[in-house]
Structures are given as C-alpha cells and as structure tokens.
Design a protein around this ligand. Structure first.
Ligand SMILES: Cc1ncc(COP(=O)(O)O)c(C=O)c1O
Length: 391
C-alpha cells in the first residue's frame, strides 16, 4: 500500500536535486571562515547559497542571515529587536493570536523580561480588522509580528497593508513567512517588512537550515555570540550541507505559479468530495484567502487524534494541528483564537498537499476518510458515555 503523505505543512521530503547535490557539497567540508585553501570551496558554496536564497525571497544577499530553521529565525527576530531597543521608549509588541508557538512562546518570554505584549484578533475567516489594528499600534510600539500564511489553516494575512500601518507609527514589522515560501508568490521588498523568517525543510530542503531576512539598518542584537559569522548577527560555523540544499530549491520556484494552480485544483476537489460525501463537515477559513495546498476541516463528533491514528493505519499521514504541538492534550490555540469551540478545535483535521500529490491520492484519501469517519461516529455514543463515567 502506497503511503499518502498529506502533511507538507509539517515538513517536506527533500527534492531529488538535494540528494543529487549531497556528495558534492560534502566535499566542501572545510570551514568557510578558514583563509587557507580548504575554506575556499565552502566559502563559495555559502556565497552562492546566499545569493540563491536572497533571490528566492526578493532581498539583497547581505540581508540574509542563516539560522537553523524557522523557530530560530522567529526567536532571533523578536528577541534581537527587544534586546536592542530595551532601553528606549519603544517597549510595546504586537502579535496576531494565530502565530506559531515559536512566536507565541517568545512573546511570553519577552513579557517576562519587561516588554508590553498585546495581541491582534483574527476572525473565523482569517480576517484582521485593519482599523482596529491601526488603533492598536502606538508611538511606543517596537515591533509588530504577523505571519504571512498560517500553518494550520493556510490563511494568508494582509502583510503589505499591515507593515505600512506599522511603519506610519515608526514600528518595525516582522513576518513569519515559513509556510509561505514555495506556496505563494511574494517578495519581502514588496511586502515592505523589516524582518522575515524562513525554513528550508518546509520547502523540500534538508532540516537544519533557515534564514532571517534583516532589512539593512534594522536594529538587531544577536542571540548567539562568538565568531563573526553572518556579519556578527549569528555566530557559529555554518551548516553548509543544509544551507546548500535550501539554496538548490530556488530552481523549483520557476514552476511555482503552475504548482499553485495544480494544488488548488486538487485541494478544491478534495474539499468538494468531502463536503458532498460526509455530513457535519465545515472548512475553516474557506471564505478567506488561503494557501492553495492547505485544508483545515472540522468533522463533527470525530476526535482529531482518533481520526489521525485510524488514517495512519490506512497509510495516510495528516495532522490535527501544528505538528510541533501534537502530543499535547490542548486543542490548537490558533484555532481557538479564530473562534472555534474547544470541541471544534479538537475535531479538526489538517490536510496539506505537496508538489507530488496526485488526483489518485486525493480520491483514495476521500474514500478512506469516509470509511473511517463513519466507523468512528458509530462508536461515538459509547465513547461519550465512557468519558462521562470516568469524569
Ligand atoms: C508558521 C511556522 N513558523 C515557524 C515554524 C518552525 O519552523 P522550524 O520547524 O524550521 O523550526 C513552523 C513549523 O511548523 C511554522 O509552521
């Protein structure tokens, strides 16, 4: 039985070009900071990678700081600005309520260090009220951080408009673009942001390389002190293999427009079939602007974890929320913040398609989902009773 992998928002399989490049990149084993000959290969690989990635995101090469991934980029953006502006009048931070835990937990940390943190509401369709947001930005706001695309629902947020509003009051703007890269067309210059986070493994590269776009002149204290790598913005010998794999995926972007449409056709067919064949299903964020690969659905009376395990037994990999928070009993805070009840959030399933997903995969997924949901619902009343007894 072929495994159907519909969890591309959690991670992606490395592209064939990555496997092909590995042995060549591994030959460049020297330290890129070495002045002698063994440093030349890795140094030029690093320079080439920086150029590729800067072109992928629409930045200048020197505005790219390599990190270990999205979580580190988000930490560096928020803490880096906080430590730099700590002793100024700008001590107010604004985040949307649907950010990834690497933003949410960092925001809580900043609060514990004396920052004033406030949250921006997002409704069930993924819409932010821009007038309300404008009123939240203060003359003391240091940084606004809002993701470009949400990992759980695929909802796309109006970053260009929001960064303009923030800048009018002199605040900096960071966007977590981890889910957006390779799933929608954008450039950091066009978005007008000061900082933007990226992660290679979300777009067919190896794990262990990410990037933070830092617009020239943006105040940022490093988190890692040591050597002068990354122009002293992130110390440590660079992870050349993972960085080169990230850079290699640039070629794929030439196909992006076609792939966006291809995935949209598949995703729309999947949603259409599910809504037609299974009762009591609603799609979260359906009325808003979404990434074309993502679908987040609430299946009434079907516990997400139970569903996930049953689908897994049938060879289908999906997610019930952010992969990073699976294992926790709490329903997704981002879905709850969008107005879903606790039960709705618990009954949510995330399906995220990839560049190699096919119509056959979609049709088999729909067949299996219908079968599994019917089976789970049949047992639902007993399940409920047993839960009541144990309470
Ligand atoms: C929106 C978003 N930001 C950040 C991250 C963290 O990225 P990484 O796994 O590279 O640390 C993720 C991963 O799920 C994500 O979806």
């Amino acid at each position: 039985m072929k495994t159907i992998y519909f969890d591309h928002n959690a991670t992606t399989p490395p592209a064939p070009e990555v496997f092909q490049g590995l042995s060549e990149w591994a030959q460049a084993w020297g330290n890129p900071s070495s002045i002698h000959q063994s440093g030349r290969g890795p140094k030029s690989l690093l320079r080439w990678s920086r150029t590729q990635i800067s072109q992928m995101i629409g930045a200048d090469p020197l505005e790219v700081v390599f990190t270990s991934g999205g979580s580190e980029s988000n930490n560096l953006a928020l803490k880096g600005v906080f430590y730099k502006l700590k002793n100024t009048e700008r001590n107010h931070y604004l985040m949307s309520r649907i950010e990834h835990p690497s933003i949410m937990k960092t925001a809580q940390f900043l609060e514990s260090q004396g920052a004033e943190v406030e949250y921006i509401e997002v409704n069930r369709d993924g819409v932010i009220d821009l007038e309300k947001f404008a009123a939240q930005v203060r003359p003391t706001t240091a940084l606004v951080s809002v993701m470009l695309a949400n990992n759980e629902t695929g909802i796309i947020l109006p970053i260009k408009k929001m960064s303009k509003i923030a800048h009018e009051k002199g605040a900096l703007f960071h966007t977590d673009a981890v889910q957006a890269l390779g799933k929608m067309l954008f450039s950091v210059k066009d978005l007008g942001v000061d900082l933007a986070s990226f992660s290679g493994h979300k777009f067919y590269a190896l794990k262990g390389a990410g990037a933070l776009f830092v617009k020239r002149g943006t105040p940022l204290e490093p988190l890692l002190h040591g050597g002068g790598q990354e122009r002293s913005r992130r110390a440590g010998t660079e992870n050349i293999l993972a960085i080169a794999s990230f850079a290699t995926t640039r070629e794929k972007l030439n196909l992006l427009e076609a792939k966006i449409l291809e995935m949209q056709v598949l995703r729309d067919e999947l949603e259409c079939q599910v809504l037609h064949r299974i009762s009591g299903v609603s799609i979260t964020g359906k009325n808003g602007k979404r990434l074309s690969n993502t679908s987040n659905m609430v299946l009434n009376q079907v516990d997400g974890e139970t569903l996930l395990m049953n689908l897994d037994m049938d060879g289908i990999c999906v997610s019930t929320g952010a992969a990073c928070s699976s294992g926790s009993q709490e329903p997704s805070p981002a879905l709850r913040a969008m107005g879903l009840t606790r039960e709705e959030a618990q009954n949510s399933l995330r399906v995220s398609l990839g560049w190699n997903s096919t119509r056959e995969d979609v049709l088999r997924f729909c067949d299996v989902l219908e079968k599994v949901v019917t089976r789970i619902r049949q047992f639902q009343p007993d399940h409920r009773n047993s839960q009541q007894v144990s309470l």
